[in-house]
Design a protein around this ligand. Structure first.
Ligand code: HAM
Length: 423
C-alpha cells in the first residue's frame, strides 16, 4: 500500500523548515516589540464557535469546514481561522478583567479549510494573526496594520499594496444593506443560487461572489462609503490620518468586503503586485469586529486583528527572489579514527554542545576520507580530528575547512579555541 499526503497539505521538509523557523521567529520578535502576547488555543472547537463567530452565510461555514462528531457525539470543527477561537477564549477566561487593557494577543498555528487547492490556497495552512480586544481607538487599527506591514517589509518584500475600507458601524451597515437589497432584488434571478440565498441574509456577500463578479449590477451597487454615518466616517478618517502619520501608504477600495461576517468599520487587505505571483495576490487580511465578543456571551468589547498565512508569505519571498539570512552549516564535525577515540568521542561532543557549539560526527563507521566529505557536505567550519595519537596527547587536530590550515589544540582549550575562531 502506498500512502499519499492528503490533497491541499504539504510536508515541510528540513530544507524548508529553516525558513519557517526564521519567519516564525521574526513574528515572535515583532510581537514582542508591539507588546502582543502569544495565545495558543486548541486546533478544534465546538462547531458553534465558528458557525456563529465566522457567520453562517460565509463560504467558510457553508462549504469549507472540517466538521466531525467525536465519539461522545459532540460536533467539533478543525479551526478554519483564529479569531473566533481567540474570542471564545477571551470570554471564557474573563480577559476583560485583566489589569492590562486592551488585551493584545497573537497566534501562529495551522488552520483548516476544505477549499479547492491551488497555488497559495491550501487545505491546511499556517496563520500568524494578532487580535487586540478592548479598545476602539482608531490608533490601534493603525497599529495592527503597521505590525502586518512591518513583518513583510522587514523581510524585504516590496510592491505591497495596502487596501482599506470601512464597513461602517451597525446603523451604517443596516442602511447600506437595505440599499443593496433594493439594488439587487429586481434582478436577483440573474445571479447564482448562492447569491439568491444571500440577498436577504447578507447582501454584502454578493459583492464578493466569484461567479457573478462580472455582472453589470456589481459595478453600480451602492457603495458603503456613501452610507457611513458621521461617527463611522470620522472613525475611518482618523484611521487614515494615523496611517499617513506613520508613513504607511494605502488605497481606499469601497468594494473590499472580506469573506468573514464579523467585520465592521475598518477592513483591510495587503496585496502583492501579481508579477511572478499566482492568481491569488492577497497576502493577509483583517479588520475590526466590534460585537463579536458579545456574540460569544461577553460584554460589549471592541476588537480588531488580522491574519496572514506563512505559505503565501513564502511564495511572495520566492516570487521576489528574496533569500532569508538563514544560518546554514555547523561549527565543527568530529572526525574519529580508532577504537579508543571512538569511546571518548560521545563525551567530547556532549561537552562541545553544552557550550552552545553546533557539532556532529559520524555514526556509520566511515573511513577518514568519507568523514571529511561528510564535514564538507554539512558545511562545517572546522573538522576536529581525534585519533590514537591525539588521544595520547590529550589533544585534537583542528582543521579549518575553508583554508585547510590545521593546528593541534589541547582538549581543555578546544571550546575557547573554537569560540574565538567563530567570532
Ligand atoms: P482570512 O482573510 O480568511 O481572514 O484569512 C487571512 C489570511 O490567511 C489570508 O489573507 C491568507 O494569507 C491566509 N489564508 C486564508 N485561507 C488560506 C488558504 N486556504 N491557504 C493559504 N492561506 C490562506 C481570517 O482568517 C481572519 N481571522 C483574519 C482576522 C483576524 N480578522 C480579524 N482578526
Amino acid at each position: 500500500m502506498n500512502f499519499k499526503i492528503p490533497r491541499g497539505t504539504q510536508d515541510i521538509l528540513p530544507e524548508q523548515s529553516a525558513k519557517w523557523q526564521y519567519i516564525e521567529q521574526r513574528a515572535h520578535e515583532l510581537c514582542r516589540t508591539y507588546n502582543y502576547k502569544e495565545i495558543r488555543t486548541p486546533m478544534f472547537e465546538q462547531t458553534e464557535v465558528f458557525a456563529r463567530g465566522v457567520g453562517d452565510t460565509t463560504d467558510i461555514v457553508q462549504k469549507e469546514m472540517y466538521t466531525f462528531d467525536d465519539r461522545g457525539g459532540r460536533s467539533l470543527t478543525l479551526r478554519p481561522e483564529g479569531t473566533a477561537s481567540v474570542v471564545r477564549s477571551y470570554v471564557e477566561n474573563k480577559m476583560h478583567g485583566l489589569p492590562d487593557q486592551p488585551v493584545k494577543l497573537y497566534y501562529i498555528g495551522p488552520m483548516f479549510r476544505y477549499e479547492r487547492p491551488q497555488s497559495g490556497r491550501m487545505r491546511q495552512f499556517v496563520q500568524f494573526g494578532v487580535e487586540a480586544l478592548g479598545s476602539d481607538d482608531p490608533a490601534i487599527d493603525a497599529e495592527v496594520i503597521a505590525l502586518a506591514m512591518d513583518l513583510y517589509k522587514g523581510l524585504g518584500l516590496t510592491d505591497l499594496k495596502l487596501v482599506i475600507n470601512s464597513l461602517g458601524d451597525k446603523d451604517s451597515r443596516t442602511a447600506h444593506r437595505n440599499a443593496l437589497i433594493d439594488h439587487f432584488k429586481p434582478r436577483i434571478e440573474e445571479f447564482c443560487s448562492d447569491c439568491q440565498a444571500r440577498l436577504e441574509k447578507n447582501p454584502l456577500r454578493i459583492l464578493d461572489c466569484k461567479k457573478d463578479h462580472g455582472h453589470e449590477l456589481m459595478d453600480t451597487a451602492p457603495s458603503i462609503l456613501d452610507y457611513l454615518n458621521e461617527s463611522s466616517k470620522a472613525y475611518f478618517e482618523q484611521v487614515q490620518r494615523y496611517l499617513t502619520a506613520i508613513g504607511i501608504e494605502f488605497v481606499v477600495d469601497a468594494t473590499l468586503v472580506r469573506g468573514l461576517d464579523y467585520y465592521n468599520n475598518t477592513a483591510f487587505e495587503i496585496m502583492i503586485d501579481g508579477k511572478g505571483f499566482g492568481a491569488i495576490t492577497t497576502l493577509s487580511g483583517g479588520g475590526r469586529y466590534n460585537g463579536l465578543v458579545e456574540e460569544f456571551g461577553g460584554s460589549d468589547v471592541p476588537g480588531i486583528g488580522f491574519a496572514l498565512s506563512i505559505e503565501r508569505l513564502l511564495m511572495a519571498l520566492e516570487a521576489q527572489g528574496i533569500e532569508l539570512p538563514i544560518q546554514e552549516g555547523i561549527d565543527a564535525y568530529l572526525v574519529v579514527m580508532g577504537e579508543e577515540p571512538k569511546n571518548v568521542a560521545p563525551k567530547l561532543l556532549h561537552d562541545l554542545r553544552k557550550q552552545g557549539l553546533t557539532v556532529d560526527t559520524d555514526y556509520l563507521n566511515k573511513k577518514m576520507k568519507a568523514q571529511f566529505k561528510a564535514a564538507d557536505r554539512l558545511n562545517a567550519s572546522f573538522a576536529i580530528i581525534l585519533g590514537e595519537q591525539e588521544l595520547e596527547n590529550d589533544s585534537v587536530m583542528v582543521k579549518a575547512l575553508s583554508t585547510g590550515e590545521q593546528e593541534e589544540v589541547k582538549v581543555q582549550e578546544l571550546v575557547s579555541y573554537l569560540k574565538s575562531k567563530k567570532k
